[in-house]
Write a protein that binds this ligand. Structure first.
Ligand SMILES: C[S@@+](CC[C@H](N)C(=O)[O-])C[C@H]1O[C@@H](n2cnc3c(N)ncnc32)[C@H](O)[C@@H]1O
Length: 222
């Protein structure tokens, strides 16, 4: 399984101490399935893929006190920042965090129909056509996400790159078992209370607007 993007980088000693404290409790290392991660049976389970510095994960945890959040991020300094922010916000025990690629986590650690929702905010655009295969939303990945959602579960995505938003919309509109809440070919409005993520802010600073997609898994079998 090949993934692209930076994985390692500098972590302060303080961050390292927090990682060593929390990852044995809330980490999802290879070999540990989400089903064995001590999540209460009745808790909605919602995943954020590519959580960056973790600010949106903190927002989701605070807004939804009954949810368990599963954060997936391949960049170690991002994981380190998120662990600190989640601990400071007092929500870390309702989170499960992994540095493994989302493709691996969904394939090997998450069971069919286990997730209530998936967020992907501002995934890497990989603008050069020869690198489009590196984009995270691909036909097979879309089908994998759908298979891991409960019927009625959601996928919500955002991008400040119009060409990438169109790419994701075309793939997801064509994925069996998904309904585009905005209607085929449409985007939804920005949710009012959403915080700006680092990359949404970066888009604004560069004069770009963001595009938002919302899909629901249909009730029938996929
Ligand atoms: C452009 S950043 C966006 C970060 C954040 N969501 C935001 O909106 O500011 C994309 C993030 O996705 C992560 N990422 C890329 N490929 C990934 C993968 N296969 N699994 C999990 N995370 C991934 C990157 O490390 C990076 O932090």
């Amino acid at each position: 399984m090949r993934t692209h993007g930076r994985k390692n980088g500098f972590v302060t000693m303080g961050q390292e101490a927090r990682l060593l404290k929390w990852l044995p409790r809330i980490g999802l290392p290879k070999g540990r399935r989400l089903a064995d991660a001590g999540i209460p049976d009745d808790a909605p389970v919602v995943m954020e893929i590519g959580f960056g510095n973790g600010d949106f994960l903190v927002y989701l945890a605070k807004q939804n006190p009954d949810w368990t959040l599963v954060g997936v991020e391949i960049y170690l300094p991002g994981v380190a920042k998120a662990v600190g922010r989640l601990e400071d916000a007092g929500v870390i025990e309702r989170c499960r965090i992994t540095q493994l690629p989302a493709q691996y986590v969904l394939t090997h650690q998450v069971a069919a129909g286990q997730l209530d929702g998936i967020y992907i905010n501002h995934p890497d655009p990989w603008p050069k056509p020869r690198h489009h295969k590196r984009r995270i939303v691909q036909k097979d990945f879309a089908a994998l996400m759908v298979s891991r959602l409960k019927p009625g579960g959601f996928i919500k995505l955002a991008s400040d790159i119009e060409a990438l938003a169109e790419w994701m919309r075309e793939i997801l509109d064509a994925t069996p078992g998904l309904t585009n809440v905005a209607g085929g070919g449409g985007y939804v409005a920005r949710e009012q209370n959403r915080p700006l993520t680092k990359f949404e802010q970066r888009g604004i600073d560069a004069g770009r607007e963001s595009y938002f997609l919302h899909y629901v898994r249909e009730e029938s079998d996929v």
